[in-house]
Design a protein around this ligand. Sequence first.
Ligand SMILES: [Zn+2]
Length: 276
Amino acid sequence: MTRWMTDPRRIAFVATFLAVALIAGLVVVARMTSGSHAAFASPYRPNPRSAVTPEQGGQAQAAAPRGPMRAEPPTRQRAYDGPDGTQRVTGTPSMSLTFDDGPSQFTDEVLDQLSKHGIKATFCVIGSQVRSHAAQMRRIVAEGHTLCNHTWNHDFQLGDRTPEQIVKDMVRTNDAIHTVVPNAPVRYFRNPGGNFNHRTVSVAQNLGMVPLHWTIDSRDWESKDSKKICDLVEANASPGAVVLLHDGGGDRRETMKALKKLLPFLKDRFDLVAMP
Ligand SMILES: [Zn+2]
């Protein structure tokens, strides 16, 4: 052994240097990680209550089986096992695709693709967008899809409002829908970001709507890559799953591209239904 390596002062110096370098490295990595998360999170604000990502799907990714048709079909009893008493699976072996944040300029393309494969789906619409996209709303209903209330203006903080304000928001949204499609039932409510809490759940239920969560978040709201969207949904697809996709809320060209592969893939393996 050399004298350099046995000199206690040298050893102390080297050990201190290594410790400082390690801490500095950890700080840099932590900053990079939180920075990229903040970038991804935009424009969605995370739900501070549940510490899950907004419009999350981490749970589904972790728990769902690899590959289709390997899971036990969910039972009726499990249908409402989402957060705060929300429904997160269909309750039958059938799978449901849900499209959020429309109607928008992308809704017609979604409808065209669904129609091509004879698939029915559920549209979680934003009240303030209904009037300017009345034609798309009429198509949704005429083509056998179902509707879900997704608030008047995508209010992430709806659960923080007073019960009166929550009622007002949901009723205003349903009224806007019924101005355009008078007889279409709105049986579901979905909180923006999945930020359900006891207030939004109980108001929705009091207004006759089922609070609808999801099983699989396609994460198309953050992904700029249609292949990632496809891979994520295909890997987690299972009987009874409710899949979160978007036909509005931003540039959805990657979702449109993903659907071209995803719809035939799912149709070959699952029974796809609109939420009844
Ligand atoms: Zn949304």
